[in-house]
Design a protein around this ligand. Structure first.
Ligand SMILES: Cc1cc2nc3c(=O)[nH]c(=O)nc-3n(C[C@H](O)[C@H](O)[C@H](O)COP(=O)(O)OP(=O)(O)OC[C@H]3O[C@@H](n4cnc5c(N)ncnc54)[C@H](O)[C@@H]3O)c2cc1C
Ligand SMILES: C[S@@+](CC[C@H](N)C(=O)[O-])C[C@H]1O[C@@H](n2cnc3c(N)ncnc32)[C@H](O)[C@@H]1O
Length: 623
């Protein structure tokens, strides 16, 4: 286990003698007895010049240092809703080391709130995330209001957040019991995120806190206090500090060209369309329809990755599974993934012991991952496996063609069945994709290379393109899944995974997979591949393999997986080529990276808080 790993410890409800919610851990109240919302309005909104300061802006971003019960967020949301001159979008980032569970939050908040905040609190509780460490992006008001909850200590996570902040709400427990929330180092990180003219406000007036705020780069002053307090602190960023200029996609006026219409390209096009940014997606497979890259691929599995030390792949995979849930559960019919759960079957007793110990140390929420013994596994899956394993309730069975079609359906997305031979930038900085004889196929402010294994060759056509060694080492593996019919298909209610996987029946057929064929000339179904899939299935089920019969007549789907050495995806801007982005190397986990990459690139373009920690962005950065 990495010494940096911090398990997330939820808060426990408690009250002081006056009935005000308090933390027994810190020995302090969440808000003054005379009014949480009143304090939010007077100290945090007024102290930051709100609502006036967001007026006339496309987007406004608030960062809060302690989410607690969310009163400040609810007061902010209501004030923003009430203001006809509000910014088009409002983004809120809030840190919380000890979040409440949804039922506890509900019990603490709802009985004490009146409408209209009560109605907002109900929406908040409805959207409340699983208690997992890291960043969680919640959306309200049709996506115009986002709340990025950073679950973990602010000491660690403030460094990890990418945001362009206009106003800070400094709201820890009292500095005496909670010094981490008022430190010079923390304020330094807040300044790193600040836009020019950013402000900060807090009820706290402690001298040391004020000196730290000033040392970090704020001009600090006192103003009339609230309730029992004589004074409160307001601050504005020193005029020479802070980010200037607008993000390139602000206002939804940018356009994008996307090369590749598989899971990678579709994820980006969809996320851009949700923000009003139009794109043209180019891929010859569209001749077969919007889901052409997975034509005939009956179904696939999305299982959150997990390693015993919660390594970057595990953390990025968790973020990816959460994004996929947020984006794709909105779809209708066959496009909406079926959240049937995944059992990662573990037969080896040593491995089982190690995993159980790791789960104890990781302390991840049991509604995300838990250990099932053999009897519990049988109950969940309906299959007698004679073994237990890791149960991921967020395991999803995905119908590939309908999912791709739904992602690519928005009117802001144009699909063109074209092959791109080269890309480049014109004198005005606009990106262009070229076809045969130098014909311009499409142009836009941004160009996203999402062509899997075709990406390095296209990147090489950009004049002066920076060398990207990671990408140069991209390789691809062919592979196939096999379909089982009738009594051959396994009647499992959940995805079974291990060395290979077995999906619940779709349209009466079972899907088992998959093979890995290095250096395959072209993806194709083979009898040897079917046999390998059956061997994997029987190992998964812990059964002897039946004699081979009729495998030549079996059906399935074959495709490619493009990957780089660390088996992480490559997602992000290409340094030194403004407006050029990569979304590739999805390997065997395209479903885990698709929605995450889309939201990362789209959020980057629009200047929104990014839904992934900076150290993880580094890991997947094009290099
Ligand atoms: C047998 C098998 C089973 C799998 N099962 C799963 C699973 O259960 N779960 C999971 O998450 N993942 C699974 N995968 C992996 C998953 O399919 C990939 O990770 C995913 O398809 C990658 O998406 P992509 O968009 O990057 O690449 P692709 O799907 O390969 O799409 C890239 C697209 O770019 C286009 N393109 C390339 N160059 C150009 C160009 N110059 N101009 C225009 N277009 C271009 C191509 O035509 C292609 O359509 C499986 C893969 C295989 C092979
Ligand atoms: C005063 S309460 C915040 C009240 C909240 N703003 C509201 O509107 O309900 C302080 C919050 O900071 C959190 N906190 C304390 N120390 C922290 C730390 N080191 N990192 C992140 N959050 C922390 C506490 O768990 C608590 O929820």
């Amino acid at each position: 286990m990495s010494s940096k790993y911090e398990p997330l410890i939820p808060a426990t409800p408690a009250f002081d003698a006056r009935g005000t919610p308090m933390s027994a851990r810190y020995g302090d109240v969440y808000h003054p007895a005379w009014g949480a919302l009143a304090q939010a309005r007077r100290v945090f909104l007024e102290g930051n010049g709100l609502p006036e300061r967001w007026r006339g802006k496309d987007a406004f971003t608030v960062c809060e240092t302690g989410f607690g019960l969310g009163h400040n967020f609810l007061a902010l949301w209501q004030a923003w809703r009430d203001d006809p001159q509000r910014s088009r979008r409002l983004h809120v980032v809030s840190f919380e080391a000890h979040p409440f569970s949804a039922p506890d939050l509900s019990g603490l908040l709802l009985p004490r709130l009146e409408p209209p905040e009560r109605r907002l609190a109900e929406q908040l509780i409805q959207a409340w995330p699983v208690l997992l460490p890291g960043l969680h992006r919640l959306e309200f008001e049709g996506g115009s209001l986002t709340l990025t909850l950073a679950f973990g200590t602010v000491e660690r996570l403030a460094r990890q957040v990418s945001a362009r902040v206009d106003a800070f709400f400094l709201d820890g427990f009292a500095p005496r019991v909670n010094p981490q929330m008022w430190s010079r180092q923390l304020f330094g990180q807040l300044v790193r995120m600040a836009n020019a003219h950013a402000t900060a406000a807090t009820w706290c007036c402690a001298g040391e806190m004020r000196r730290s705020l000033a040392a970090a780069g704020f001009l600090v002053s006192k103003t009339r206090g609230f309730g029992g307090k004589r004074e409160m602190t307001v601050a504005s960023l020193r005029p020479e500090l802070g980010r200037r200029g607008c993000p390139p996609g602000e206002g939804g006026s940018a356009t994008a060209v996307i090369v590749g219409g598989g899971l990678a390209g579709a994820g980006v096009a969809h996320a851009l369309a949700l923000r009003g940014i139009g794109s043209t997606v180019l891929d010859p497979v569209f001749a077969l329809g919007a889901g052409g890259s997975h034509k005939g691929h009956l179904a696939a599995a999305l299982t959150p990755a997990l390693s015993r030390d919660d390594d970057p792949r595990s953390r990025i995979g968790r973020a990816g599974a959460l994004r996929a849930l947020a984006r794709w559960q909105e779809f209708d019919g066959a496009a909406r993934p079926w959240r049937c759960g995944t059992l990662e079957v573990i037969r080896d007793p040593v491995g089982a012991r190690q995993w159980r110990r790791a789960l104890d140390e990781l302390r991840l929420a049991s509604d995300w991952v838990r250990w099932l013994d053999a009897a519990q596994a049988r109950e969940r899956t309906g299959v007698d496996l004679g073994a237990g394993g890791l149960w991921f309730s967020a395991g999803q069975l995905v119908r590939m063609e309908p999912l791709l079609a739904a992602m690519l359906a928005p009117a802001a997305i144009a699909l063109r069945a074209e092959s791109v031979l080269a890309i480049g930038q014109d004198a005005s900085g606009s990106w262009r994709a070229f076809g045969p004889e130098g014909r311009v196929l499409a142009s836009g402010d941004h160009l996203v290379l999402a062509g899997a294994h075709g990406t390095p060759a296209l990147l090489a056509t950009v004049a002066g393109a920076p060398p990207l060694p990671k990408l140069r080492a991209m390789y691809r593996m062919g592979g196939q899944v096999s379909y089982l019919d009738g009594a051959d298909a396994v009647d499992t209610r959940a995805i079974l995974a291990g060395n290979g996987y077995c999906l619940p029946r779709i349209e009466g057929r079972g899907v088992v997979g998959g093979t890995y064929v290095p250096d395959a000339e072209s993806p194709q179904l083979t009898v040897a591949g079917h046999e390998e899939n059956l061997r994997k299935l029987h190992a998964l089920l812990g059964r002897a393999q039946p004699a081979a019969q009729g495998r030549g007549a079996m059906e399935g789907w074959a495709g490619w997986r493009a990957a780089v050495a660390d088996r992480l995806p490559v997602i992000g801007p290409v340094a030194g080529a403004e407006g050029l982005w990569l979304a590739c190397a999805y390997g065997s986990r395209g479903l885990s990276w698709s929605a995450l990459a889309g939201d990362l690139i789209a959020a980057w373009l629009c200047g929104e808080p990014l839904p992934l920690e900076r150290e993880l962005l580094q890991k997947i950065a094009p290099r």
